[in-house]
Design a protein around this ligand. Structure first.
Ligand SMILES: Cc1cc2nc3c(=O)[nH]c(=O)nc-3n(C[C@H](O)[C@H](O)[C@H](O)COP(=O)(O)OP(=O)(O)OC[C@H]3O[C@@H](n4cnc5c(N)ncnc54)[C@H](O)[C@@H]3O)c2cc1C
Length: 317
């Protein structure tokens, strides 16, 4: 499966850009679930200015999607039409400790690294990031959280570039946060953010971080090809409980399986396609609705298009 080469048709517009452009780049290599088709054009900007320039010259009708470290993504087998932007550590990987318990991090900084830097600086409240394998860009979009703390509890402001290449600074309130969701305009590319936490004793912070790691090791299949929690917790309930009750622990479709260890984690046992993974998810939703009447909502972001003839109708949507 490959798309028409956008570089061949648009290449002259991109002269002077310092980032990397790759046509038909397979995305299975950069997602945790290791499945799915290519990006029609992948752009890895050199820095924020390069990103803004790229977006300002890209024709408006070309769709743009930003991905982070791919730990919450299910890419469909037909791939993603248009441009996929991926921010790399070189231009977006800086961490800077500011005054007053504040810390700035680029969008490509892994959550764990922010937790480490905060601990080094004696800034508390970031231990939850130790167990989340994504990057700051994804955390900002997903309102990533664990152990009772969410991104919105620590966020001060976000810098973002819009679809036309203009730079914006958004406050925490502008991000419109709710559980695993931000209502900030979908086209924004987050490039960095400022966070804040209470000044605390480093040893206490390190103990909390170690507890988070130990919990993950015990309870989650963190060494598998997975996307983390497949579904959001329904109000007042846990997704894993209703999945388990519906008999879906260990359920498989092709190479996709609901983990035996944590049945809200979907895993690629080795050969899963995007189709296997999504069909498994929809099957789980159907069985849970039939068993307990609960309507599960996907937490994993499904992106891109189906291969012809492999369309999956969402069971509940
Ligand atoms: C083993 C495991 C455990 C996990 N545990 C947790 C957990 O405890 N809590 C939790 O909340 N999540 C958890 N996750 C899910 C995932 O790690 C988080 O959602 C994470 O925040 C996603 O970040 P990412 O960089 O991987 O983003 P991606 O998965 O690449 O993208 C996620 C979303 O963010 C958007 N996005 C990414 N970067 C940007 C950017 N720079 N600008 C604009 N939009 C952007 C994408 O378009 C997409 O919609 C887990 C995942 C795994 C595999």
């Amino acid at each position: 499966m490959s798309f028409p080469d956008l570089l061949a048709s648009l290449g002259s517009r991109f002269e002077g850009l310092r980032g990397k452009l790759t046509a038909n780049q397979p995305l299975s290599a950069v997602t945790w679930l290791r499945a799915g088709g290519p990006a029609q054009l992948l752009f890895q900007p050199a820095d924020e200015e390069d990103l803004a320039q790229f977006l300002s010259v890209l024709p408006e009708e070309i769709p743009v999607l930003t991905i982070g470290l791919g730990s919450n993504l299910l890419v469909r087998d037909g791939g993603i039409e248009g441009v996929v932007i991926r921010l790399g550590a070189r231009g977006f990987g800086a961490v800077e400790v500011l005054d007053g318990g504040r810390i700035r991090a680029g969008a490509a900084v892994p959550d764990k690294r922010l937790a480490e830097a905060a601990a080094d600086a004696g800034i508390g409240g970031f231990a939850f990031y130790t167990g989340i394998p994504g990057g700051i860009g994804g955390a900002l979009r997903m309102n990533a959280g664990a152990h009772g703390t969410e991104t919105c509890n620590r966020l001060v402001e976000v810098t973002a570039i819009d679809r036309k290449g203009a730079r914006h600074v958004l406050t925490n309130a502008d991000m419109g946060y709710s559980y695993r969701h931000s209502s900030a305009a979908p086209g924004l590319v987050f490039t960095s953010a400022v966070f804040e936490g209470p000044l605390e004793d480093e040893a206490k912070i390190r103990t909390e971080m170690a507890e988070v790691v130990a919990h993950r090791e015990r309870a989650q299949p963190i060494r598998e090809k997975t996307g983390g929690s497949t579904f959001k917790n329904p109000p007042g309930n846990s997704a894993w409980k209703v999945i388990d009750a519906a008999g879906c622990r260990g359920l498989t479709v092709g190479g996709a399986q609901m983990s035996e260890m944590h049945c809200n984690f979907m895993i690629n046992t080795g050969t899963a396609t995007g189709h296997d993974l999504e069909l498994l998810g929809e099957t789980v939703r159907r069985r849970v609705r039939e068993h307990s009447g609960v309507e599960l909502e996907w937490e994993i972001k499904r992106l891109g298009q189906f291969l012809p003839g492999e369309e999956i109708s969402p069971f509940l949507d």
